[in-house]
Design a protein around this ligand. Structure first.
Ligand code: SF4
Ligand code: SF4
Length: 466
């Protein structure tokens, strides 16, 4: 398998390497789509083709191609729904979508584009055959690696050795990294493993500082346990500072967001059931006031477990209960602030901060105010809004790994807007965006720091304690 095929192997439909005739193929072994796992006619019919979403679409802004715009993609989905075959061109246009849902916010007709594109990918997945090795690699990553703390720990340890041994520095400094060919761009996006990994904290309960006012469950993620272990720790500290007893449910798993984005919905359903059992138990009497995530991309999927499991008689009710309790950490803290319950005893952070909206927080969960309010609550922070803050940075789950060239084009524009603010720190609310922005700073930045909103809050609390 060559390097350039890696992207399509992992995430999107395999166009370049597909077996002849697979463009209009029979259902694959990976499963047929449920009737629900294809774009719903009612959702398609909501689009009136006005085009008001075009300017909000990063791929249309870059490529200027109607078929790579929301309107164009919906048009193609409607053609397939009317009986057109699923061909390579359709796969590519759907695959190139970031699923950032910027179009959803721009649409005056209330088109649920996120739901449409996820269903379109599930439908494509159900009829796609891949070469044996590609399918095995994809099955391993989505079916095993992301779901296994042991495998994730091993992968993190290998990555850690690559970095601390000096090999990474050597390859980058000498330019030998270019020998990796198309993988060189992907190498720049590798996360830095953070020892100790957060897996050791799973199953523990952390008491509230002072009076306990809330009892919350924390979803620690999958890759985040390796690459964002310090962010997870900071999240627990900030919640405790705000009167929360924080439980990290023992049998929690990857949330399934990457699976949903890749159209692997049956596997996502398995993970959703596992997380519902881990947090709510079999009766639903969990005693939690909220379920918290610090990853906006995961949060969107966790809040849509009810849609994933709507036809599952055993889980549909608990999925609704799960959704009702689910909160992004910034959303939860800003609610406390509005109620006058937030701990405002923070030290000063003398810095200028701009904020990059995480698409799945702004467009998926419709939450823009909370992270901004929290940043502005930190003493000493000078907040600077950047132009087009709610346009995707190009991260989009693993999109930047699958479509590195286009993701970097989008990122370069984003960094131009970051620099216009002259802010020293770029804050965001999603680990995936942090990785992408860090790559942007390395390539086009002026030494800006990239931080999660919660990390800045944590620092402010610590500064007060010093
Ligand atoms: S998705 Fe919405 S904004 Fe875009 S063309 Fe359709 S109706 Fe218009
Ligand atoms: S989800 Fe994002 S990339 Fe996809 S069509 Fe909508 S705005 Fe464009």
């Amino acid at each position: 398998m060559d390097a350039s095929s890696l992207g399509s192997d992992l995430g999107g439909p395999d166009t370049g390497n597909a077996a002849p005739g697979s463009a209009v193929a029979t259902p694959s072994a990976s499963g047929r789509a449920l009737a629900a796992d294809r774009p719903r006619q009612a959702d398609l019919d909501r689009c009136v083709h006005c085009g008001l979403c075009l300017n909000a679409c990063p791929t249309y802004r870059e490529l200027g191609v109607e078929m790579d715009s929301p309107r164009g993609r919906i048009y193609q989905m409607a053609q397939v729904a009317a009986g057109a075959p699923i061909g390579d061109a359709y796969r590519e246009h759907i695959d190139l979508c970031l699923a950032c849902r910027g179009c959803e916010s721009a649409c005056p007709s209330g088109v649920q584009y996120g739901r449409l594109v996820e269903a379109a990918r599930a439908e494509i997945e159900a009829v796609t055959r891949r070469p044996w090795l590609s399918q095995k690699l994809r099955d391993f990553i989505f079916g095993r690696l992301l779901q296994s703390p042991t495998l994730m720990t091993m992968a993190g340890a290998c990555l850690y050795m690559y970095e601390v041994s000096g090999l990474q520095k050597l390859l980058r400094a000498t330019g030998l990294v270019a020998l990796l060919g198309p993988l060189a761009g992907k190498e720049a996006l590798l996360p830095e493993p953070q020892i100790p990994f957060f897996f050791g904290e799973i199953g523990k309960t952390f008491p509230a500082e002072g009076e306990r006012r809330y009892r919350v469950a924390f979803m620690a993620g999958c890759v985040a346990n390796v690459a964002f272990a310090r962010l997870n720790e900071a999240t627990v500290r900030v919640l405790r500072k705000n009167g929360c007893e924080v439980v990290i449910p023992a049998r929690q798993s990857c949330c399934g967001a990457l699976h949903v984005h890749a159209g692997i919905r049956d596997e996502a359903r398995k993970l959703a059931r596992r997380n519902i059992d881990a947090v709510l138990g079999s009766t639903g009497e969990c005693g939690f006031d909220a379920i918290i995530t610090n990853a906006a991309g995961c949060g969107s999927t966790l809040k849509e477990y009810d849609e994933l499991l709507e036809h599952d008689a055993d889980y549909a009710d608990r999925a609704k209960q799960f959704k009702a309790l689910m909160r992004d950490v910034t959303e939860f803290l800003a609610t406390l602030d509005r109620r006058g319950e937030m701990n405002r005893r923070m030290g000063r952070l003398e810095t200028t901060v701009t904020y990059q909206d995480s698409c799945h927080l702004a467009h998926g969960q419709k939450e823009r105010a909370a992270p901004r309010a929290l940043l502005q609550a930190i003493p000493g922070v000078e907040f600077r809004e950047m132009p087009l803050a709610d346009i995707c940075c190009g991260s989009a789950g693993i999109y930047n790994v699958l479509h590195t060239g286009l993701a970097m084009q989008i990122l370069e524009k984003k960094m131009g807007n970051v620099k216009l603010t002259k802010a020293a720190t770029v804050a965001t609310a999603n680990p995936g965006c942090m990785l992408q922005l860090q790559a942007g700073v390395r390539k086009w930045g002026k030494g800006e720091r990239v931080a999660h909103v919660v990390e800045l809050l944590d620092e402010a609390y610590r500064a007060a304690a010093d």
